[in-house]
Design a protein. Sequence first.
Length: 255
Amino acid sequence: MIALVTGASSGIGRDIARELAKRKYDLIIVARTEKALQELKSELEKEYKVKIYIKIVDLTNKDNCIKLYNEVKTEFENIDVLINNAGLGTCGRFTDTSLEKEQQIIDTNITALHMLMKLFLKDMCKRNQGHIMNVASIAGFMPGPLMATYYASKAYVVRLTQGIQRELKMGKSHVKVSVLCPGPVRTNFQNVADVKFNSPEAESSVVAKKAVAKMLKGREIIFTSWYISLVRIFAKILPDSFMAFCCYFVQKRKI
């Protein structure tokens, strides 16, 4: 069995790779940082006796997404698991944040995820087997003033995954698609997104362990704590205007 994990150099992606390696999956690990991937490769091959293949890819480039798919198709023919984890964020008033950085967020969180999911899902459907897990966020269920682009991108991931889930179910496919929706997680995301979480942060290793277990069981929407499940319930029953008002003050504390 072989799995492909994007954004594997740190945080949730790195720990999901570890969890899959524990289950004896060979891995294709993808990120922009070669040093971090080499370190992870050495660790996993030594600890779990699995094969690790490195792909240094900048997923903000559409051509690179297609190139990655073609390389994997040529070298491995098929994969059993796709983890779309690569993601970016930024924090601040929409009129003040960098347009260039926001375009990178859209290219990574939406476009790259969409392309890789579509390309690999077609192959999985032909074989009628496989798992895809898209990493979103509890942010995907509510408006996000002061992190508007990030929240909107995660809403896209949630709705895209839900729509495809239903298509697969109606077609009685054995391919399983999941969306992971964690809350704040202790990772390098804070530094990249220029934020500081003031709410409790989960350990990425704990999130990854629960996420992989639930994905392999076919869970569609994956929450990794009762607290985040409760936030999702509130987001469904309370008016969007009220949730936006609350989120504004939550985000303001991060800047």
